[in-house]
Design a binder for this molecule. Structure first.
Ligand code: MG
Ligand code: MG
Length: 239
């Protein structure tokens, strides 16, 4: 999973750096990701997963998660979430990052900063002997203190031989509750944070999740291993 996660991180960096405001469309990013994953000897985890039609999910502005790549062109001021999994040597890893397209508003930048920071604070709680609720509480309290809505309908998850495993890892909850974390637990921590209401709707394509009020949403995700020496982020490049 460490090797697969490293491939994922390298692909994330390459795909995000291909974004040119007013030029790049979402299908180009999808194809680039698919090609890079395959060149690394891995498989895109999301392709055909429950019928998902593409290599990666791309979620623009008010799209929370599960956006289907289209010929939409990214414009200056958009925010764009890239979310994908990599299947390598029998194991999945999964990560997401929301990127600014060119120059974005201060409000949009603050949403990205707070969501990313909530992920890092949640990861810091992923320690042997802690509980899933400790992560959930940390993410929720930090984001709500900043005035944002924490999505309830979608949650993080265990990961390994399957893309989605037990336990569920919600971004809301109470300290000291939920599954006990043991050495060797591998899971995806993935705050989905809205500028306004936490409520979401599903579009008629059956996949795309949008904010109920049309305001922006951000999504950051890492695959994390709980180890005796603390949390280890698997979906990152080597230092
Ligand atoms: Mg993901
Ligand atoms: Mg995930």
């Amino acid at each position: 999973m460490r090797q697969g996660g490293r491939i994922l991180a390298l692909v994330m960096r390459e795909v995000s750096s291909a974004i040119v405001p007013g030029k790049t469309n979402l299908l180009e990013l999808d194809r680039l990701a698919g090609r890079l994953i395959e060149e690394a000897g891995a498989t895109p985890s999301f392709l055909n997963y429950k019928g998902f039609p593409n290599n990666i999910c791309i979620s623009v502005n008010e799209v929370v998660v599960h956006g289907i790549p289209s010929d939409r062109i990214l414009q200056e001021g958009d925010i764009v979430g890239l979310d994908f999994g990599v299947y390598y040597k029998g194991y999945h890893t999964d990560s997401a990052w929301t990127f600014p397209v060119g120059t974005i508003s201060e409000e949009a930048q603050r949403l990205l900063n707070v969501t990313r920071e909530s992920l890092m604070q949640g990861i810091a709680k992923a320690r042997v002997g802690a509980k899933v609720g400790d992560i959930a509480y940390t993410v929720q309290s930090y984001c709500e203190k900043n005035g944002y809505g924490v999505v309830r309908d979608l949650v993080g998850h265990g990961i390994g031989k399957s893309l989605h495993e037990e336990p569920s890892v919600p971004n809301f909850g109470r300290k000291g509750t939920g599954e006990l974390l043991r050495a060797g637990t591998t899971m995806c921590i993935e705050p989905m944070i809205n500028q306004g209401t936490y409520k979401v709707d599903t579009l008629s394509d059956g996949w795309t999740i949008v904010t109920a009020d049309g305001k922006l949403s951000a999504h950051f995700e890492h695959t994390v291993a709980v180890t005796p020496s603390g949390p280890e982020i698997l979906t990152r490049e080597d230092d």
